[in-house]
Design a protein around this ligand. Sequence first.
Ligand code: GLN
Length: 394
Amino acid sequence: MLKALSRMKPGNSIFSALGTTVFTVMSQLAVQHGAVNLGQGFPDGNGPDDVRAKAGEFLNDRPNQYPPMMGAPELRQAVAAHNKRFYGLDVDWQQEVMVTSGATEALAACLFGLIEPGDEVVMLEPLYDSYLPMVRLAGGIPKIVRLAPPDWDLPHAELAFAFTEKTKLILLNSPMNPAGKVFTEGELGFIAGLLERYDAYAVCDEVYEHLIFGGAKHIPLMTLPHMRHRCARIGSAGKTFALTGWKVGYVTAPPVMLGPASKAHQFLTFATPPNLQRAVAYGLGKDDAYFKSLAADLERKRDLMAEGLRKIGFKVPQPDGTYFLSADFSAFGYNGDDAAFCRTMTTEAGVTAIPVSAFFEGPRAPNTFVRFAFCKEDATLEEALARLARYFKR
Ligand code: GLN
């Protein structure tokens, strides 16, 4: 039997070579050890009551057959209106908006739709875990530029060097997971200049667009001069409404980009549950107070977590966005890398985080930073801090 199995043809080489995602691995370890899970990024709340109530209502009141392939008209209109309300963008909901099953599918549809085998794709480390396999499956050649902690500055010269005549697109994540970095207007202007010079596109993963703190401002690259027709902008109801299990995403892009992306989408999922789409349309229309309190609440949690971790001995650069902070544990004199540190913290201290090196592919990745998700009830964060304080005081 074993001999027969060993003769069988292997699966796709890109996926066969991959392990299970670090988020699943760490969540499983957390469950196994009864640890407080600040690893995988999901809130421990249940999202806004009214948005969930709408989903329930629409489940019973409205059709449950395939919605239109591009998305329910209500949601596409709501995405266009959201673009106007928050960023002053005029968007044609029929030509320029598509609904997907989460931002993950939106990313896949844009990458599969745009990349031709042999195209170069500029990508910034740290990289969200689905980016590289998707780019490679599409036949793209990753050109990776590294941003390093604690400052996560954009290295302008290296970025310019990564662009060539073969560059098809840049994949940009702002606010950036796990760095918590929000790209500034100056940085975005520099990227825009390169896109124009090399006639390239940008696929902009902006799922954390509303999770912005202090004086920081989220600026979609699409709003910069000459960028309206080069950028696809991706959002996620999972982040904006703290409903990660819903997997409702949306893309705003000019027809030249959305056309090919929609051809990929029609064969990836075709559509997304209609009641969830309509409830998200309702959610995007919520008043400003909702969006302000979403950010303000998380900012308070960021401060609670950052201050608590600093007291315990971590060095914590302040994130301006997302619900993650990446903390440096080098002051503990731990004899091992970040992956080992996260395992020890889970099994011995009872708190789970994600090793930041998991977001890097190149050699000599930073290995003394761990990512904590702070999108949790205060009591959960306080319990995690108490456990860490007890463990590291020994
Ligand atoms: N985006 C989430 C994170 O960074 C994880 C999503 C997932 O598990 N696929 O933690």
